[in-house]
Design a protein around this ligand. Structure first.
Ligand code: LLP
Length: 432
């Protein structure tokens, strides 16, 4: 078990995060509860910003907001000087409502609607990451109509297979994202965009997947993309000023996960950019990265209240909690592993392995497949670690479960950044 950021075991044997005892948090905010360690999020932002610097290479760190987004998070990301990647009208709306500087917003997505593109043009969003030819034409028509210029990157697929779960791997040749670097039509599209009066072609984007542990996959991606930059110049005489390499940096969930050192990795990546550029005899492009999970995952802990335990006839030992797959979908969806503890009994001896399950009417409603716990009692508080990324953002109202509150904790104080949903919220769009 690993404790991240400001998480400690206090003198009472209770789990404490951001100087706040989780027992007090549960009393104040009830369960289930997403607790975010604000200092740790900020440290991760700084780690990326400070490691991704070089004398020769211009760089930018963009937070992939799909991992975890709300108004407070936009504010934090802005304060830390990162840019923001949004992928839908809803994420863009959140960023605009938070007054996130529009010039530092990157708008992604493989099928942005006309309305979403209008919204982006109207608000002078910094950069649109185009996915395909149709979208390029759609955007150009909107820009022409409004006489507005906009920066664009084109997402391309370099055909790399990184080792990760199939659902979160994005650049096999059959991926839905981007245009293939192996297709002749992609050169023509790049040329078309570059020639367009209202589209400022800035360069290329690629993202090879998520939760990747091999640095080599990213180096391979860089090598392929740098070579492609040269090929584009040779084939259609277009200069690529910016290369966005996406995110996907793996993090620790359970024993056996071996994330690489971000500081060393980013330094090596930038050295490789310099070497590749000089080897290929091309100008050094600006390099952009888009971490999501690596910024927020380890900062999140979900707190639940234990109900019953049940030993099945088949021998499986369940512990029931008051949340479910509706607030924790990654185990059901990706077969993901997590570590869990009893937050009120951190010093008690481990009794055996339990399967943590929730309240949903579904056998696949598993939160933690194997939790090594002391014998749980009703009303114990069960904490699941590393739930900061793709938990709140992927939560649902399945079985009409209400979404938990999200709180930020720091230096002994706590604040709600997203209120707990109520039954009234569940019915707010119903019409009798
Ligand atoms: N940039 C692009 C274009 C992306 O598609 C993604 C993630 C990221 C950046 C950030 O990747 P990260 O650094 O967070 O790995 N729901 C899945 C993850 C889906 C990732 C989708 N794209 C999960 O819970 O594992």
């Amino acid at each position: 078990m690993k404790l991240f950021g400001t998480t400690i075991i206090n003198e009472k044997g209770h789990l404490e995060i951001g100087g706040c005892c989780t027992m007090e948090l549960v009393k104040k905010y009830q369960t289930p509860l997403y607790v975010m360690d604000e200092a740790h999020i900020r440290n991760q932002c700084r780690l990326f910003k400070e490691s991704f610097i070089s004398d020769k290479v211009d760089t930018e760190v963009i937070y992939a907001s799909k991992a975890f987004l709300n108004l407070a998070m936009c504010k934090l990301i802005n304060e830390e000087g990162l840019s923001l990647d949004v992928v839908s009208g809803g994420e863009l709306y959140t960023a605009l409502k938070a007054h996130f500087p529009v010039e530092r917003i990157y708008f992604h997505g493989n099928n942005k609607t006309e309305e979403e593109l209008h919204m982006a043009v109207k608000h002078d969003i910094g950069t649109i990451v185009l996915d395909n030819q149709y979208e390029a034409h759609l955007l150009s028509e909107i820009c022409e109509k409004h006489h507005k210029h906009i920066n664009v990157l084109l997402r391309v697929n370099p055909g790399i297979e990184a080792h990760t779960h199939e659902y979160i791997s994005t650049t096999k040749n059959d991926s839905k994202f981007g245009e293939s670097i192996f297709s002749e039509a992609t050169f023509e599209l790049i040329k078309w965009i570059d020639d367009h009066e209202f589209l400022n072609f800035r360069g290329l984007h690629s993202h090879i997947g998520s939760q990747i542990f091999e640095r080599e996959s990213f180096y391979r991606q860089l090598g392929i993309m740098m070579t492609y930059i040269k090929t584009v110049k040779q084939n259609v005489n277009v200069c690529i000023d910016e290369l966005n390499l996406g995110g996907g940096f793996g993090i620790y969930y359970v024993d056996g996960d071996t994330p690489f050192d971000i500081n060393i990795f980013l330094k090596e990546l930038l050295e490789k950019v310099e070497n590749d550029a000089s080897g290929l005899n091309i100008p050094i492009p600006k390099i952009l990265i888009e971490p999501g999970r690596a910024i927020v995952a380890n900062s999140g802990t979900t707190l639940y209240k234990v109900g019953s335990t049940k030993k099945t006839y088949g021998g499986k030992h369940y512990v029931f909690v008051d949340g479910s797959m509706a607030d924790h979908i990654r185990t059901a969806l990706y077969d993901a592993d997590y570590e869990a503890v009893l937050a009120n009994r951190m010093n008690d001896e481990i009794e055996e392995n339990y399967t943590v399950t929730g309240k949903c009417c579904e056998s696949g409603d598993i939160l933690v497949k194997t939790a090594k716990l002391p014998k749980p009692n009703p009303k114990d508080i069960l904490a699941v670690f590393s739930t900061g990324a793709y938990h709140y953002s992927m939560s649902s109202n399945y079985n009409l479960m209400t979404r938990p509150a999200v709180i930020f904790v720091k230096d002994g104080s706590s604040r709600v950044v997203v209120k707990r949903e109520t039954y009234t919220d569940l019915l707010r769009n119903n019409i009798e």
